[in-house]
Design a protein. Sequence first.
Length: 194
Amino acid sequence: MNADSREADRALVARIESRDAEALALLYDRHAGRLMGLAHRILGDTGEAEEILQEVFLHVWKAASTFDPSRGPVLAWLLVATRSRSIDRLRSRRTGRSAVARSLEEAPEPASREDVEADAAGREWEAQCRAVIAELPEDQRRALELAYFDGLTHQEIAARTATPLGTVKTRVRLGLMKLRERLLPYRKSEAHGA
């Protein structure tokens, strides 16, 4: 996503904070496809993914003032909100059945193709992330997949993989540290381009 797109998103959030319904509609049009794809990827159900999308944009409407541009772009804020709500939904519907393991490599392309530059930047970021994830040791990569795509807690990962809880926590922490370290140069170059 280029600097102009990020700035346009920030301006829309500022307008939403002032209760501009048109700005909310514009933000929805810009990002609903990608958010829907993420929610569907986690939940595996279109109806539930649509409900999550509604919840996320209701949250944006009610809490636009909580957006902090120093923590990242609007799209990242929306993706985190979508992911969190999707995982909460997944956990709440889990009734003893185990969730199907999903691998990071199976993540779908973004559904929205309206903003070609944003999609290209998104694909570039996704390719960068996939390359870094592929470099992680298998045990760390698997722990992150179970935590972030299946929504399992550390304790649930330990039970599923028959691994001590402390080892699971260490694998997740080390995996995240490696991801952060390896993606930092990309994030710095993106920030300088903003």
